[in-house]
Design a protein around this ligand. Structure first.
Ligand SMILES: [Ca+2]
Ligand SMILES: [Ca+2]
Ligand SMILES: [Ca+2]
Ligand SMILES: [Ca+2]
Length: 273
């Protein structure tokens, strides 16, 4: 939240201002389960996506904070839009959450000089922060909060699919996503443009994850509301650096977008004239 808005929030109009900056997102149900093979073509037009993100679009958003949403400069960088741009895809069915991304990145960096398994944010990584069910209490990886994080490392190490989550009495539980609960594929350099480019396709088992973070969990239904934020880290050789945070301001789940589960959607229609 900006300093101006924080000060404003001492007034009665606070809640209206706060809700005005929370985006409302609609996550479609998929009728057919995608194959998790690094090719999004069978479902990308049926998923939630709001187009391309780069630093220029991000800095027009109410949740933008230049100290956190930023790119790094190591002295020989391309233009900011060629440093990082991405399209994110999110959808669901009764059993799984489906996650996808198409990313243009100048450098693939999955090495962390001070590696710890939980330090996905020191590597190229995309993480979906999801609270389910959503509530109005501001929590920091408490009950119902989950982060599903995919390190862009084709070696697919144990920590490559990471799960940060809460539970009724515990916050910030850090562990690999159980192998039985996740499937993901990376397709590097899919357009022959840059070895840093990639497509990520993933699915996460809902029952195996959300039910552990919140005993109130129930199988998803059209009309349910979750919280959603996407965090995309891009150090490009530095220890910690580039960082897109989309639909929220960080770990506080009350800032995350309001994601409403909807029925299936139709692809964009193009007409002859
Ligand atoms: Ca696929
Ligand atoms: Ca980059
Ligand atoms: Ca909450
Ligand atoms: Ca990178």
């Amino acid at each position: 939240m900006s300093k101006t808005l924080s000060a404003f929030c001492l007034t009665l109009a606070c809640s209206a201002a706060l809700s005005a900056q929370i985006p409302v997102l609609h996550l479609p149900l998929l009728r057919s389960a995608p194959a998790i093979d690094g090719d999004l073509s069978e479902w990308k037009e049926l998923a939630f996506s709001d187009g391309g993100w780069d630093i220029y679009r991000l800095r027009q958003m109410p949740w933008f904070d230049p100290s956190r949403n930023r790119l790094t400069d190591h002295g020989d960088e391309p233009s900011p839009e060629d440093d990082l741009q991405a399209r994110y895809y999110t959808a669901w069915d009764a059993k799984y959450l489906y996650l996808g991304a198409e990313v243009r990145d100048n450098v693939n960096d999955a090495d962390d000089p001070e590696h710890q398994d939980k330090r996905w944010y020191f590597k190229d990584c995309i993480c979906w922060f999801i609270e389910a069910p959503r509530d109005l209490a501001p929590e920091f990886f408490g009950q119902g909060d989950n982060a599903f994080c995919f390190v862009i490392d084709t070696r697919k190490p144990e920590y490559g699919a990471w799960w940060r989550h809460g539970a009724p009495d515990t916050t910030y539980i850090e562990e690999p996503l159980p192998k039985s609960a996740v499937d993901y594929q990376l397709h590097m350099n899919p357009w022959g443009r840059s070895p840093g480019d990639f497509i990520l396709e993933a699915r996460v088992d809902l029952q195996a994850t959300f039910a552990k973070s919140d005993p109130r969990w129930a199988p998803p239904q059209v009309g349910d509301t979750w919280g959603l934020e996407i965090v995309h880290t891009d150090p490009d050789g530095g220890p910690y650096g580039g960082h897109f945070i989309v639909y929220g301001t960080g770990d506080d789940d009350s800032t995350w977008g309001e994601a409403i589960l909807t029925g299936p959607t139709q692809p964009v229609e193009r007409r002859d004239q």
